[in-house]
Structures are given as C-alpha cells and as structure tokens.
Design a protein around this ligand. Structure first.
Ligand code: UD1
Ligand code: CA
Length: 460
C-alpha cells in the first residue's frame, strides 16, 4: 500500500511569475497535474498535495480531481518542513510514502513502479531516484557506496568544489517507510546555505537508503525557470512525434510541428510544416494536413486535405478539401467529398456530401444539403443585432455570387439564386430567385454629359 505526497507549496521564485510554479502549463496540462498522472497507475490509497503559496488558486485548479487531499504548509520553510505537515494526517499509517516534487512533469510511471519494487524487495527504509546529469548545476548531489546505498546528500549550494564534481543528482522522488520517516522528521535542522529544513537531510537518517538510477535523465528534469519549461516541452514533443512517426505518420520538418499527447493519428497521415494538432483531435489514414494549419478538438476522416486553415471543434468526412484559408468553428460538420475553400468561414453549420463553398463566404447557423454550390461571396446574415437565426439550404441548390441570405430563411431543393441577390423570404423547390434591382442602361450618356459640361463652361 502506498500513499502519495506531492510537494507543491513553493512559489517557484525562479519562474518570475504571479502564477504558482506548479500551475504553469506544459502542453495543455499543469506541472502538478502531470505529476498526478504519473502516479495514477500505482493506484495509491491516498493522494495528498501539499499547498502553500497561493494555495487557494492551486486547489481551485485541481478541484475536479476526485478524492484528492490538500494539506497546507502556511510558511514555506523547505521540503522537509513541507513533509512535516503530514505528521498529523498519517498518525496511524504504517505503509510506504511516495514523495514527489511538484515540478517534475516528465517522470514515467514505469520508472516509479521499478523504484517501488526495489524498495520492497530490498526492505529499504527509503529508496530514492537518482541520475547522472551532464550538467548537474542546481541539483542536490547524491553519494553512494558500491552497493548503491546512499551515504550522503548535499544540496548544490552547500557543496564543496570537490563535491560538485559528482554528477549523480537527486531527482526529487523518494519512497519512505513512513514510520521510520515520521520518527526523524521532528528533529530536522536548518543548518545550511538556504536556512531551510531539507527533506534530503531526513533521507540519510532513516536507515538503509538505496538509490535507483534513471537511465533517461530527461525524465527527471525539474522545472525551476521558463528555460527548463521550454526544454521540457521539447522533450515531450520529441516523445510524441517519435511515437507517431514509428506508427506510420509522415511529419515533414517535425521541429516546426506541435502535437498534443491527446491527439490520435492513423498510418499514412502526412503532416506538413507549421501545423499544430491539439486536444482530442483524430485524423484518419490518407489525410494530408498543412502546411500552416491548426486543428483543435476536431475529427477528420480518411483522405481529407487541409491547407493553411484553422479547424476547431468540428468534423470533416472522407475526401473533403479544406482551404487554403478556411476557418471552421463551433461544431461544423462537413460531409464527404466537399470543397471548402479560399477565405471561407463556417460556424455551427452542417454541409451535406459533395457540397462546395469554394470562395469568400461566411455561412453560420446553417444546414446545407447535398451537392449544393455556395457561390463566391455568399453570406448568411444570421444575426439581427440581438439574436442568431438559422438558414436551411436544400439539395442541389446554387447560390449566385454575392448572395446575401437573411435568416431565418429556408431555401428548397434545386433552387437558383441570381448573383447579387438579397434573399429575405423562403423559396420553394425548383425556383429561380432574382432579388436585386434591375440594371439601368442609358445609351450615349457620356457624350451628352460632356456636351452639357462644355456649354456650362462657355456660360462662365
Ligand atoms: C530539490 C531537492 C534537490 C533535488 C531537486 C530536484 C531539497 C532540499 N532539494 O531542490 O536535492 O536535486 O529538488 O529537482 O529537497 N516545496 C514545498 N515547500 C517548501 C519548499 C518547496 O512544497 O517549503 C516544493 C516546491 O513547490 C517544489 C518542490 O518542493 O515543487 C521542490 O522545491 P524546489 O525549491 O524546486 O527544490 P530544488 O531547489 O529544486
Ligand atoms: Ca526544483
């Protein structure tokens, strides 16, 4: 049985931010949420987050996570002091306590599982994660004997020059036999460069402590400033992109593409440069996205193409072509084999199959049938300044260039709208609508007007 405690009370001064460090976002989720996710597969019996700096904001950000407990550390006197706050909450507890720094967003669940196994198998009083870093600046150093038994832990600021030569660092992940830790916690001292109560001091007092090395040191990157936040994002992106490339997705110029971990892609999808895939987006096989597109919370079926476009909260059926310069938003549903083209915005609109809206249109709150042609520059006037109104367009209907469809409006099947019409009344099937003023032509008008002008001048 394991109880998890996450250290999230610090301000994170080095972030230079009003926002508490653990709430900074990394690829759509906060640092502390990511730590919580990493412990999920361990099925902890309790999860306790230690909060302090802007604790209300931190708690509010996580209020939707069920059965999460919060313990307050009202003044932040160090990581050891933070864990001291657990004493009244774990009085009769005899199991293990897994402690994780809240600024450790890349740790893998498998690594935690291995560490817990080592802990139990060797009957350790404590087990900690360590790694050998090329640049260990800022991290606490860990000194072990040949059997990986921890002898000493020294914070970077307290190290001698010789101790700094040791590149084996403390990752900030600890498993303690709780009763052993509970005994030493009240006796911690703050005799160090930062005048803080260090959890690392407790580690070396509990008994037999073993260090487990993490091979991929990228996993244990602690986020202390925005530079490290950006590095973590890069690492995360690399993981995601490698996964999809090995699964049969082509990424052209991968460094210019970003993909949330929540996105799903099928083999033979091609993603071009400067494309960003976010949220619960799904893209099916044969689709070709980009260059220069943003797809968020949208589902694209097979063989869809999207160029230089923004697609948000929408679905597109097989074989449709979107863009260049299209904006789909607010639950748009595009049918199969459609073409939604140049400078077209669709909002809360459904297109049937093989329907085109190829040039310069805004269509909002509209249901469009199959094989419709929305002429260049067709606009739905769906807003009267107070309310939004709906438009319906039947199958095979064609709207002429520059039509204005004033909603609420229903156009039947096989309707023709003449170019430049402003349509305000419903139209029945098979009709032709001309709703514009007639052309007036005055022959030889220029000569007359020129003559008038010259006689006017003579008069002067
Ligand atoms: C800590 C470790 C260091 C390790 C490094 C790994 C200590 C003394 N040092 O250093 O050995 O190499 O993490 O990243 O533990 N926090 C509180 N209350 C406090 C102080 C901090 O909850 O009073 C929380 C912070 O919010 C943070 C975590 O503890 O999530 C770590 O604190 P931080 O100040 O980042 O520690 P480091 O100096 O990085
Ligand atoms: Ca840190």
């Amino acid at each position: 049985m394991v109880v998890v405690a996450i250290l999230a009370a610090g301000r994170g001064t080095r972030m230079k931010s009003r926002l508490p460090k653990v709430l900074h976002s990394l690829g759509g989720r906060s640092l502390v949420e990511r730590v919580l996710e990493s412990v999920e597969p361990l099925s902890p019996s309790r999860r306790i987050v230690i909060v302090g700096y802007q604790s209300e904001e931190v708690q509010a950000a996580m209020h939707s996570i069920p059965s999460l407990e919060f313990v307050e550390q009202t003044v932040q006197l160090g990581t050891g002091h933070a864990i001291q706050q657990l004493l009244p909450h774990l009085e009769d507890y005899t199991g293990d306590l897994l402690v994780l720094n809240g600024d450790l967003p890349l740790i893998r669940s498998e690594t935690l599982q291995q560490m817990l196994q080592t802990h139990t198998r060797n009957k350790n009083a404590a087990t900690i994660l360590t790694s050998h870093l090329p640049d260990p600046t800022g991290y606490g150093r860990v000194f072990c004997n040949d059997e990986n038994i921890v002898q000493q832990m020294v914070e970077h600021k307290d190290c001698t020059a010789a101790q700094r030569e040791n590149h084996r660092i403390n990752a900030g992940v600890y498993c303690f036999r709780w009763p052993d830790l509970a005994k030493v916690l009240p006796h911690l001292q703050a005799n160090n460069a930062q005048k803080e109560y260090y959890l690392t001091d407790a580690v070396t007092q509990v008994g037999k402590v073993m260090a487990v090395d993490v091979e991929d040191y990228q996993e244990i990157l602690g986020i202390n400033d925005r530079l490290q936040l950006a590095t973590a994002y890069e690492i995360l992106q690399k993981r995601v992109k490698e996964k999809w490339m090995l699964a049969g997705v082509t990424l052209i110029d991968p460094t210019s593409i970003t993909i949330d971990e929540t996105v799903e892609l099928q083999p033979d999808v091609i993603i071009e440069p400067q494309t960003h895939l976010r949220g619960n987006t799904v893209i099916q096989t044969g689709s070709h996205i980009g260059p220069g597109s943003l797809i968020e919370n949208s589902q694209l079926a097979e063989n869809v193409t999207v160029q230089y476009s923004v697609v948000i909260n929408s679905t597109v059926q097989a074989g449709s072509r979107i863009g260049p310069y299209t904006h789909l938003r607010g639950q748009v549903q595009v049918g199969a084999g459609c073409r939604v083209g140049n400078f077209v915005e669709l909002k809360n609109t459904q297109l049937g199959d093989r329907t085109n809206a190829a040039h310069l249109s805004y269509i909002g709150d509209t249901v469009v049938g199959n094989q419709v042609n929305i002429g260049a520059g067709t606009i739905t006037a769906n807003y009267d300044g107070v309310k939004k109104h709906r438009t319906k367009i039947g199958d095979r209907t064609k709207t002429g260039a520059n039509s204005v469809l004033v909603a609420p409006l229903t156009l039947g099947d096989d309707v023709y709208i003449a170019a430049g019409s402003t349509v305000t009344e419903d139209v029945s099937d098979d009709s032709l609508v001309i709703a514009r003023s007639r052309q007036v032509v005055k022959p030889a008008w220029r000569r007359k007007s020129v003559e008038n002008e010259t006689t006017d001048q003579h008069k002067m």
